[in-house]
Design a protein around this ligand. Structure first.
Ligand code: SF4
Length: 375
């Protein structure tokens, strides 16, 4: 069987579950509201590097999404583009790309050339850059997708002099840009890995591995996939009793949810009980082994001293990337311990004023799971 080169956007799922590379009879894509909103945001963002104003209302109407969701992504995208467009002076937008093992449409591509080559080859490729809009949340992590695009670029343009493809991942939901360099080793190892999966799929498809997980969401095999069904069944039957032949439905997941919450509380309580028991010594297990505290030493790096020592090496955004956000509750606890009696609120007001002055506070959208009234 011949396997069509997969699209880069499918690669993370294929590496997580190689069996999903096989053609499916079922629906092609489970396009839920988030996927539709993502497509609408991407379309609007594509106008920015072209120097055009995105028709926000028109795009919102076309996809049936909230225009403010599009407008916010555009605003965030424009700010990021203004910051870094100097690295993309002659950018190509939405370029179709293809390699020996995958295809895709990259958001923004920049190949940098100098004219210092030889007579027969007057141009030297000095850098290859890729800009990838991320319209979802910060946990979006798609390393194989990026490597796929990286491979397409080097197979189309050749390797640049520095042997890396630089990737700008730009999150519009919380305005963050991460720049990484994909090395030749990483991209070549990725190419060989994908070529091996394609070879197995073409020659001995029964040997492909199947692994279920979050990546199943957009898999065309999702309807009727036995691996996923077994994975969900395992999770549900660990909490409720069901007919072993029953198909797992959303209602069953709903029925399990309250038990899951109760189980989480029970597990947390049990963990506290184990900790308390351990304070009195090891806990014997029926297998003859025991649970005990084992002492060891770990290196810890003092954040304050480290940032001070590395201040010349690290920019503020490097430091933020390393340290992450300062938990508000830690700051609150610190103020409680350091403010004169009855002055904690005043100290916190002062601290927040200073932080706002220093532009150290930003607002990010937040999504959390909640149990709410039904429609
Ligand atoms: S539904 Fe999940 S387990 Fe099944 S083929 Fe797709 S990714 Fe693999």
């Amino acid at each position: 069987m011949e396997i069509k080169k997969p699209h880069c956007s499918k690669l993370d799922r294929i590496f997580a579950c190689p069996g999903s590379i096989l053609p499916a009879d079922g629906p092609r894509e489970a396009g839920g509201p988030d996927a539709i909103l993502g497509r609408a945001r991407h379309e609007a963002l594509s106008y920015i590097p072209r120097g055009a104003r995105p028709p926000v209302d028109e795009i919102a109407a076309k996809y049936g999404v909230d225009r403010d969701d599009i407008a916010l992504a555009v605003r965030m995208g424009q700010l990021a583009w203004v910051d870094d467009r100097a690295y993309f002076p002659t950018a190509e937008v939405e370029r179709r790309v293809e390699s020996s093992v995958c295809i895709g449409t990259s958001d923004i591509v920049q190949a940098m050339f100098t004219l210092d080559g030889t007579d027969s080859s007057p141009h030297i490729l000095t850098a290859l850059r890729l800009w990838d809009w991320k319209t979802g949340w910060g946990s979006d992590y798609h390393p194989y997708q990026l490597k796929g695009y990286g491979l397409c670029l080097v197979e189309e343009f050749g390797w640049p002099a520095n042997d890396v493809v630089s990737v700008w991942e730009v999150w519009t939901s919380h305005r963050q840009t991460r720049v990484t360099n994909l090395s030749r080793e990483e991209i070549e190892a990725f190419r060989d890995g994908l070529a091996a999966i394609i070879r197995i799929a073409e020659v001995t498809p029964k040997k492909l591995e199947y692994r279920a997980g979050d990546h199943c969401t957009f898999c065309p095999h999702i309807a009727g996939c036995q691996t996923r069904e077994a994975w969900m069944r395992g999770a549900v039957t660990s909490l409720i009793k069901i007919d072993p032949k029953a198909v797992i439905t959303r209602e069953m997941i709903g029925e399990t949810y309250e038990k899951y919450e109760a189980a989480k509380r029970a597990v947390a309580l049990f963990d506290r009980i184990v900790k308390a028991a351990l304070e009195d010594g090891p806990i014997p297990l029926p297998s003859g082994r025991q649970v005990a505290y084992v002492e060891s030493e770990r290196e810890k790096i003092g954040a304050g001293a480290a940032m001070n020592a590395l201040s010349e090496r690290l920019t503020i955004s490097d430091q933020e990337e390393l340290l992450g956000d300062l938990p508000k509750k830690s700051l609150d606890a610190w103020a409680k311990g350091h403010a004169p009696k009855g002055k904690k609120a005043a100290l916190m007001r002062e601290i927040y004023a200073e932080l706002r002055e220093a532009d150290a506070i930003r607002t990010v959208p937040h999504r959390q799971r909640a149990v709410v009234d039904g429609e």
